[in-house]
Design a protein around this ligand. Structure first.
Ligand code: PLP
Length: 288
């Protein structure tokens, strides 16, 4: 695999990062995953904007790389690595000051790393008859209070994911101390009740998912769907007609069991099929 590190492309075996890098020592960094299918990116600019917002939020100086250069780096990575369904993973840390000390170093250059990673194939015609749904478990959200920042420090997410994975689950769906849905350990969550497509509002409890945003934009663009962003109690999730998860690796996928119990009749729902088709029609063209 060919990766990018601080201005150069190289085989991954040659990419060396110091153990004194704050990304390694503290998880002090921001990352992104930008999906591409057959060379076409989904939401490229939106991902870069979110990355820059994350860097600003934690006081890492933005690397001197323009949008055009990010695009060139990403296209180069696609060309140098094989696959039709590839995510571009970007990872920027505060850098290496040569010692382990909590305070931000005064003069340090951020470490910039990028690679490709395989993602779920893009669905052609989504089909609720043949699409297998996901099995998820739920847990109280034990992560930090700034989940809107796409921090590389993912231990909380990893532990939640593993808890579900070790029981055969595909994702862990989280709720806060008030029993309100937040998000998944690596996804945003959407429910459908009485044909209303509902997802929690953006705040510090969830990542402002690009897939979530593109889904809402495509549904509103086409019209005919009821979409709302509001607080969702877990009772509503457990009694929902449909539950979906969204992220850049899978786009929108249906969940058919929660904590071992079926969601509604345990089958992939018809609203997912329509919404996913609508998303497929627009996602490449909305803010590319
Ligand atoms: N929430 C969390 C915690 C995530 O890790 C992710 C993606 O990795 C998402 C939501 C979905 O974000 P996006 O749609 O931008 O991939």
């Amino acid at each position: 695999m060919i990766v990018y590190l601080n201005g150069d492309f190289m085989p991954v075996e040659q990419a060396k990062i110091s153990p004194m890098d704050r990304g390694f020592l503290f998880g002090d960094g921001i990352y992104e995953l930008i999906p591409s299918h057959s060379g076409r990116f989904v939401g490229f600019n939106l991902h870069l904007d979110r990355m820059n917002n994350g860097l600003d939020a934690i006081g890492i100086v933005r690397p001197d790389i323009s949008v055009r250069q990010w695009l060139e780096i990403s296209q180069q990575l696609l060309e140098r690595n094989e696959g039709t369904d590839l995510g571009i993973y970007l990872h920027i840390t505060r850098g290496d000051e040569g010692r382990r000390y909590h305070a931000f170093p005064e003069k340090v250059t951020p470490t910039v790393f990028a690679m490709t990673t395989p993602i779920f194939p893009f669905l052609g015609e989504p089909d609720s008859e043949t699409q297998p749904g996901l099995s998820c478990y739920t847990a109280q959200d034990k992560r930090w209070k700034r989940c809107n920042v796409k921090s590389t420090a993912l231990l909380g997410n990893v532990l939640h994911f593993q808890d579900s994975y070790s029981r055969g689950g595909n994702e862990c769906i989280l709720y806060n101390a008030d029993n309100e849905l937040t998000e998944g350990s690596a996804s945003n969550v959407v429910i459908v009740n009485d044909n209303q497509i509902i997802t929690p509002p953006l705040d510090e409890q969830i990542l402002p998912g690009i897939t979530r945003h593109l889904m809402i934009e495509s549904l509103r663009k086409e019209g005919g769907f009821g979409v709302s962003e509001r607080v969702i109690h877990m009772d509503e999730v457990r009694g929902a007609d449909e539950v979906w998860v969204t992220n850049s690796g899978v786009h929108i996928l249906p969940v058919v069991t929660l904590d071992g119990r079926p969601v509604a009749d345990g089958k992939v729902g018809p609203v997912w099929e329509k919404a996913r088709a609508c998303y497929n029609r627009h996602c490449f063209d909305l803010n590319v």
